[in-house]
Design a protein around this ligand. Structure first.
Ligand code: ZN
Length: 384
């Protein structure tokens, strides 16, 4: 019985075998702190938390890194709108997010890094790209030359026409006249009046979004990592562009061994998103439900299955957890053999949905509370 994970790059489940024995390097794209975070974000981060906890349970040493995109168009736009300094705005929403994560009993990453703290690394990479013609300077901006990276599209499997179409929808500006090719993306954006900027050999400006993650991964985890996660909506263009940058920089070494993507949460018929305003906030849910109940609801969906939020599910979680609490506390050492099925499900691409069903079954069979508590502990529940 060994852990298998679904690799989005290969679109199949693979036996998990990290690059270095007993060590796992893992990166999950973090938030852009300009507004509140919601259940959709928490779905990704709670499932990532379960992965980290399970890897630790399997005795891997996990080096988990997450970024904060603290400089970005959205932050600057919002800061202007509300008349606040962009740094204060970013710090405020980062703190709120970290509070939500703490309240949900999500373990903090080993490195939690602001993009603005790694600008020197980004500049170093962009310089190399300019020298090697992976990048070009146009209209004061520096762009990545996608044509030079033949594998562009290998993660999303989109055709060029599809990529151009998605880029339009996702703010990628394929009509930017400074670009040689509509799919080229910004590595460095020229300084604009009234906006913060950093000095660089290719002019004053600020980094593009994709280069942040490549630079931070390189700086904190190395040239190649085991697991890269994030929401499914980051596959294109963000992760596709991260691959192009990182593999061009290191000379085509496979950048990530296992790509993992969490599904989207729907509410009121649409994907939960800031732009649509159909948000369920963790801080609001916590007024009515406990962190364990929210975690149970999240984990009752497999991380690759999209789902519709309904409060009824939280009520069901409440019932499931209260049945567990009402089991007499046996105090004896758990017999882990009784959890074979539970582990089988976790090993099968972290099937938390089936794992929770199995716990439910053990509760109905009146299995000793020790095993049930041990299983819930692995999944990050706090029953103290
Ligand atoms: Zn990223």
């Amino acid at each position: 019985m060994a852990l298998k994970l679904y690799n989005s790059l290969l679109r199949k489940k693979e036996l998990f075998k990290p690059l270095k024995a007993k060590q796992v390097s893992m990166y999950v794209c973090g938030i852009t702190p300009y507004d509140t975070t919601h259940l959709g974000h928490s779905f990704t981060y709670v499932h990532s938390d379960v992965l980290v906890r399970y890897l630790k349970y399997l005795r891997y040493q996990v080096n988990y890194t997450q970024n904060v995109t603290d400089i970005d168009d959205d932050i600057l736009r919002k800061a202007k709108e509300v008349g606040q300094d962009w740094r204060e705005l970013g710090d405020f929403w980062t703190k709120q997010f970290l509070k939500d994560m703490k309240d949900l009993n999500v373990l903090p990453p080993n490195h939690y890094i602001k993009a603005t703290s790694s600008i020197a690394m980004m500049i170093r990479i962009i310089r190399v790209f300019l020298d090697s013609k992976y990048a070009y300077n146009s209209g004061g901006n520096v762009y990545f030359r996608v044509k030079k990276f033949r594998d562009y599209g290998k993660l999303s499997k989109y055709s060029i026409a599809e990529m151009e179409e998605f880029l339009k929808e996702r703010g990628g500006d394929p009509n930017d006249e400074n670009k040689e090719n509509p799919l080229d993306f910004i590595l460095w954006q020229a300084k604009k009046v009234g906006e913060p900027f950093w000095k660089s050999p290719f002019g004053d400006g600020r980094p593009g979004w994709h280069i942040e993650c490549s630079a931070m991964i390189h700086k904190f985890l190395g040239e190649q990592i085991d697991i890269h996660g994030g929401g499914f909506d980051l596959i294109f263009p963000h992760h596709e562009s991260e691959i192009a940058q990182s593999e061009s920089y290191t000379g085509k070494k496979p950048f990530v061994k296992y790509w993992m993507h969490a599904a989207m949460v729907y509410y009121q018929g649409e994907k939960m998103s800031k732009s649509l305003g159909n948000l369920i906030l963790i801080k609001d849910l916590l007024k009515k439900y406990s962190a364990n109940e929210i975690r149970w609801s999240i984990l009752s969906h497999h991380y690759r299955d999209s789902w519709k939020f309904s409060e009824r599910e939280l009520d069901n979680s409440q019932e499931a957890l209260s049945a567990i609490r009402s089991l007499p506390y046996s105090g004896i050492k758990p017999n882990m053999k009784k959890l074979n099925k539970f582990f089988e499900y976790l090993n099968d691409d972290l099937n938390t949905k089936n794992a929770l069903d199995e716990i439910d079954k053990l509760v109905k069979e009146k299995t000793s509370s020790s095993e049930i508590r041990a299983a819930l502990y692995i999944l990050g529940f706090n029953l103290n």
